[in-house]
Every structure is written in structure tokens, then in C-alpha cells.
Design a protein around this ligand. Structure first.
Ligand code: FAD
Length: 394
């Protein structure tokens, strides 16, 4: 294993990588651009494949203690609320795929990772440290931080998100690509309502809204996606107004209206992605998470892919400790196909959730409903390959 590993970015991907790599005995330094560690107030779905990665890091129980366990995901029509299809999660998901399905607040997952990193003697997280430049060397990789401080390590992992600085040295200069959609995010109080642990996808024309409770926090999580090309500010922290979000989803089913009435501070941003890369590393530098394969959120797998990347990276370095550039190439080769397929599958879900034409909605949602009634396990089957993946064995 390389002795000294540098990581750019202490998001979910960077911290997971630090934990997976330090477990094999490396000394890991994580540079985080922000002054403190934190995550925005929004929910995150973690399916069995992601939970299996967390299990390998010894974090499944800590995450479970802060998570809800959804029983199912339901697809519904937005105005009538009619059920189109239901995929069972809960005990069925766990029995079939070897780990539970969780809903968790992003800050809670990030907090579990940050606490574990803080407690690990092999990990140092430096905040207020933005990686500005990378120097690729034969025996070392050099990093210059904003402000001029310099350091070097045996390898550098770019987990610095969709606007990655590290990416340029691996993939050349390219820009994130606008998806033509924007997302709303908000958490609203449950106010003591007894809400079943179910995720609902409300499928409108050219837009959809996902709602699920985060019982640990006493809130309902809302993620609304709208096809719109007139606003392209990619940011985690752009505040919208409750009125503007209500205008996008108003007049839908009364249970949606009730949630929208409780909106206080919805956040919004344009959705960007990165086209799949076939080469993930250059010499001693490799990419991980959104820095490599940022994808639209319609399959809820972006963070899951970052967690899987972290485990795969540690396994490849352990398998070839004497040749790190080769090990990093192995890592990219092991991950490229799955993450590219995930990006494509995510787009297919956007199509399903946003159908515009009336006859297409009747045909597609009618067929989905029929399949659900005839063979209740069938509709979710097309995603077995997503959840069955075991990062310990792949
Ligand atoms: C609306 C929406 C809903 C989603 N829902 C889900 C879901 O349910 N399930 C799921 O699995 N995924 C989901 N995702 C995807 C998921 O949020 C991302 O894929 C995941 O957060 C990526 O983690 P990351 O660590 O790679 O990147 P980031 O979270 O972007 O972290 C990057 C970190 O690097 C830091 N950084 C940036 N530049 C530098 C630099 N130059 N030097 C040092 N530090 C730097 C940043 O400050 C940040 O802390 C969703 C995404 C969206 C937009």
C-alpha cells in the first residue's frame, strides 16, 4: 500500500475513501476547501449496494441508528394520487440483496463518516484547504493549496466533486454538462403526522417530485425535478422561495399540497452531469465520486457509487502494492462499466417519470400498473443489477 495518500475533498466520497484506505495502514490526508465539515439539509436514499460498502467500513450500525427503513417505493399520478406501481423494499430488499435500504439525512451520513475519520489515527482532515494545482511526478504527486502551501504524497485521489480541479490532469479540460433540468430540495416538519415509511414518486408532465419521511429528524424530505433550460446555476446553496416551488408542483394531490404549505426554505440548483470517462487515472492520480461520474439523481445512486468506488480503490491498491499506477488503472477498469451503465439507467428513469403525452402516459403507466398487479415483484426487477452488486466481491 502507498504510505502517504492525499485526497482532495471531504464529501461523502472523500471521507469514505479515507476510511477504506487508512484501514490498510496508509496515512491519509484529506484537504477540504470549506472552512468546516458539513452537508446540506436534504435526504439521501441508500440501497443495499451502498449499505454493503458502509458495512465493509464498519459503519452500517452507526448509519442504521440515524436512518429510516422504507417499506416500499410507490409511483403515483400527481393529481389523482392513483397508485401506478409499488416496489417492496424493507425485509424483501434486505433478504434479496443482502443489506437493508435506508433513508437518511445527508448531514447524518456525512457526520458518521466524519466522526469515524476523526477517530482514526491514520487520517488527518484539513479544512479551509482548497487544492489549487497538482504536479504529476514519477515517484510522487505534488499538491499546491490555495494560498501557496505545498505538499506531496504517493498518490492523490480527486474526490472534489463535479467541479473537480484534479480532473483536468486526468481527463483534460472539460466542463460539467447541463441536463436541462433543475432540482428543488426541502425538508418540512412532519408535525406529529403518522406517515408510513414509504417513498413516493409523483410523476408529472416534464417534472416529478419524490417525498419520503426522515423519522430520525421528524421531517419529510422533498426533491422536485423540473425540465427547465432557463436557469443554470449549479450550486448547493441557492435559496429559492416557497411560492416558486409551489408554482412548480401546486394543484397536485392534497397530500403534496399539505407538504408544500409547510415549506420554509426550499433550495434549488440546476442539474449538471459529467459524461462517462473510460480512463479514471493518470500515473499516481485517480478520480472518485462526482469528480469522475456525476450523474442526474433519478436513480438515487450518486453517493452510492462514491461509496462503492472507495471500497474498490482500497481493494485494487491492496492487490498491487508494488505498482500504484497499475493499481489505479485496475480501479478505473473495475468501475468504469458499472458507473457508465448507472448514468444511462438514471436517464431512463427521468423519461419514465416525466412523460408528457397523454396516450404515452396511458400506455406506459397502464402497463406498469398491470405488471404490478399480475406479478407484484416484477417492476423492480430491472434494478436487481444495481442493488445485488457486492463491493466486497466485485
Ligand atoms: C437532487 C439530488 C438528489 C440526490 N439523491 C441521492 C440519493 O438519494 N442517493 C445517492 O446515492 N445519491 C444521491 N445524489 C447524488 C449525491 O448527492 C452525490 O453523488 C454525492 O454527494 C457525491 O459525493 P462526492 O463526495 O463525490 O462529491 P461532493 O459531495 O460534491 O463532495 C466534494 C467535496 O469536495 C470539496 N471540494 C471541492 N473542490 C475542492 C478543492 N479544489 N479542494 C478541496 N476540496 C474541494 C467540496 O467542498 C466537497 O466537500 C443526489 C444528488 C442530487 C443533486
Amino acid at each position: 500500500m502507498p504510505d502517504r495518500i492525499l485526497i482532495a475533498g471531504a464529501g461523502i466520497g472523500g471521507l469514505a475513501a479515507a476510511l477504506a484506505l487508512a484501514e490498510s495502514g496508509s496515512r491519509v490526508t484529506v484537504f477540504e476547501a470549506h472552512d468546516g465539515l458539513g452537508e446540506m439539509g436534504a435526504g439521501l436514499q441508500l440501497s443495499a449496494n451502498a449499505v454493503k460498502a458502509l458495512r465493509l467500513m464498519g459503519l452500517e450500525d452507526a448509519v442504521a441508528a440515524r436512518a429510516s427503513r422504507p417499506e416500499a417505493v410507490e409511483l403515483r399520478l400527481p393529481k389523482s394520487g392513483r397508485l401506478v406501481s409499488r416496489v417492496e423494499l424493507g425485509a424483501r430488499h434486505e433478504a434479496k440483496f443482502g443489506a437493508p435500504y435506508f433513508h437518511i439525512h445527508r448531514a447524518d451520513l456525512h457526520g458518521v463518516l466524519a466522526e469515524a475519520a476523526d477517530a482514526h489515527p491514520g487520517i488527518q482532515v484539513v479544512t479551509g484547504a482548497r487544492v489549487a494545482r497538482v504536479t504529476h511526478g514519477k515517484n510522487q504527486v505534488g499538491v499546491e493549496l490555495e494560498g501557496g502551501a505545498e505538499t506531496s504524497g504517493d498518490i492523490l485521489i480527486g474526490a472534489d466533486g463535479i467541479h473537480s480541479v484534479v480532473r483536468e490532469g486526468v481527463a483534460g479540460r472539460d466542463e460539467p454538462v447541463f441536463t436541462g433540468m433543475m432540482a428543488w430540495r426541502a425538508c418540512v416538519p412532519l408535525k406529529g403526522d403518522s406517515v408510513p415509511p414509504v417513498a413516493t414518486v409523483w410523476m408529472g408532465r416534464g417534472r416529478h417530485l419524490v417525498t419520503y419521511p426522515l423519522h430520525h429528524r421528524g421531517v419529510m424530505n422533498l426533491v422536485g425535478v423540473v425540465e427547465r433550460r432557463d436557469w443554470q446555476e449549479e450550486s448547493w446553496t441557492s435559496e429559492g422561495t416557497p411560492e416558486a416551488m409551489r408554482a412548480d408542483f401546486g394543484g397536485w394531490h392534497r397530500s403534496v399540497d399539505t407538504l408544500l404549505e409547510r415549506l420554509e426554505r426550499p433550495w434549488r440548483w440546476a442539474l449538471f452531469e459529467r459524461h462517462p470517462l473510460s480512463v479514471w487515472s493518470a500515473g499516481r492520480v485517480a478520480l472518485l465520486g462526482d469528480a469522475c461520474h456525476a450523474m442526474p439523481p433519478f436513480l438515487a445512486q450518486g453517493a452510492a457509487m462514491a461509496l462503492e468506488d472507495a471500497v474498490a480503490l482500497a481493494r485494487c491498491l491492496k492487490a498491487r502494492p508494488e505498482d500504484v499506477s497499475h493499481a489505479l488503472r485496475d480501479y478505473g477498469a473495475a468501475r468504469h462499466e458499472r458507473t457508465a451503465k448507472m448514468q444511462g439507467a438514471s436517464w431512463a428513469n427521468a423519461w419514465r417519470f416525466h412523460l408528457e403525452s397523454g396516450w404515452l402516459r396511458t400506455v406506459v403507466y397502464g402497463a406498469l400498473g398491470l405488471a404490478s398487479r399480475i406479478a407484484p415483484g416484477q417492476p423492480g426487477k430491472m434494478f436487481d443489477w444495481v442493488y445485488a452488486y457486492d463491493p466486497a466481491k466485485a
